[in-house]
Design a binder for this molecule. Structure first.
Ligand SMILES: *Cc1c(COP(=O)(O)O)cnc(C)c1O
Length: 362
């Protein structure tokens, strides 16, 4: 560990590559010779233009997006998308299908219903406490889109492959697994992700939207809640969150140039996931909470068989230099979030700690 940094397993905001934090620090007072920091320069400057355009180009290359896709940076977090999606895509008489795989999906459904939009819950895993991803879901022929949460940050499940929706565009909340593995974007009409889990700091939401979806917006929508407003102004209709977008640009550069792309990233993430799950499965002291075939490679949720030991586990983990291993406040238990920037070494160190804890308390 360098510079008094701890092993950060937080769910979000979450760990970022150390080299990027150092680069930000080193260039902070004088960004690219401007004599100003990135938080002080105009978003209309050439300096910032280069940043946002580079972030867009790298996103397109990493995800292999064709020319029909726009990459946007919006505020309001992923939560704002819960309301904007039905607002922009569902006109009078239209309806959409949602798959409910957890707390975030439930919120997305609620925000559509609040607006009086017609939606159908095509499948749900609520019957088993959201511990699995539904299979063979039947979608409505007339659905305008199908909404899914690709990775369920709180419950620790993830779609291993995406459902077949025929010609209906998929809309996906990828907040906690965007850029963690290769994705065939052709199935998607819109992908969104709050940046603070896997690609940057809080304060910005990446939205990837297909051209034909832009045309669906009703005319009478507030400008700030309309995708076309941002698509027509390269995300600079108003002042964008410059610092957050700059950090994303550096993370995407790291993904392309240091990691070597999303195939490589996916391999590393699977390796990290396997290290933890294999260890959890190897004994009976710890127990994974998600069904094995639905397990997330980003958020590993588990319990200690004797749940009374969980408090001690969290206390000991903090003393030993680990942060963020407590489960979400709504579900309890333990969770290790192992996003892109979490190193294999960090996961190995966590496994060692878990072994030691088991030896002492098992
Ligand atoms: C964190 C999270 C959200 C909420 O993101 P905000 O940017 O805080 O609105 C939504 N969906 C998923 C899957 C998340 O992990």
């Amino acid at each position: 560990m360098k510079e008094n940094r701890i092993y950060n397993f937080n769910a979000g905001p979450a760990t970022l590559p150390l080299g990027i934090l150092e680069e930000i620090r080193d260039s902070f007072l004088n960004f690219k010779g401007s004599g100003m920091s990135i938080t002080e320069i105009s978003h209309r400057s050439k300096w910032f233009d280069d940043v946002i355009n580079d972030a867009i180009e790298r996103t397109k290359r990493l995800l292999n997006l064709n020319e029909n896709f726009h990459v946007l940076f919006l505020q309001g977090g992923a939560s704002m998308q819960f309301c904007m999606i039905p607002m922009n895509f569902l006109r009078e008489g239209m309806s959409a299908d949602y798959v409910n795989t957890g707390i975030w999906s439930t919120k997305a459904i609620k925000e559509a219903q609040i607006q009086g939009k017609q939606i159908r819950v095509a499948a749900s895993s609520e019957d088993k406490n959201f511990s699995y991803i539904p299979e063979n879901v039947q979608f409505s022929d007339n659905a305008v889109y199908v909404h899914i949460t690709s990775n369920n940050t709180i419950k620790g499940t993830q779609w291993a492959s995406f459902p077949d929706t025929g010609s209906i565009p998929l809309v996906a909340d990828m907040s906690s697994d965007i850029m963690s593995r290769p994705v065939n974007a052709d199935k998607f009409g819109l992908i969104y992700a709050g940046a603070q889990k896997n690609i940057g700091p809080a304060g910005v939401c990446m939205v990837i939207i297909r051209d034909d979806m832009l045309k669906m917006a009703p005319d009478r929508l507030p400008s700030m809640l309309k995708y076309t407003t941002f698509a027509s102004k390269n995300s600079m209709y108003n002042t964008p969150p410059c610092f957050a977008i700059y950090t994303i640009q550096l993370v995407l550069k790291w993904l392309e140039e240091t990691v070597g792309g999303l195939d490589k990233m996916g391999e590393i993430n699977r390796k990290k996931g396997r290290l933890l799950y294999d260890f959890i499965d190897s004994g009976s002291f710890y127990k994974g909470t998600a069904e094995p075939e639905s397990r997330s490679m980003m958020n590993v949720t588990f319990r200690i068989k004797d749940e009374n030991l969980e408090k001690l586990f969290i206390q000991e983990s903090l003393k030993n230099g680990f942060s963020g291993l407590k489960g979400h406040r709504s579900v309890g238990g333990c969770r290790a979030s192992i996003y892109n920037a979490t190193t294999i070494e960090a996961v190995e160190t966590l496994v060692d700690f878990m072994k030691t804890f088991e030896r002492k308390n098992g």
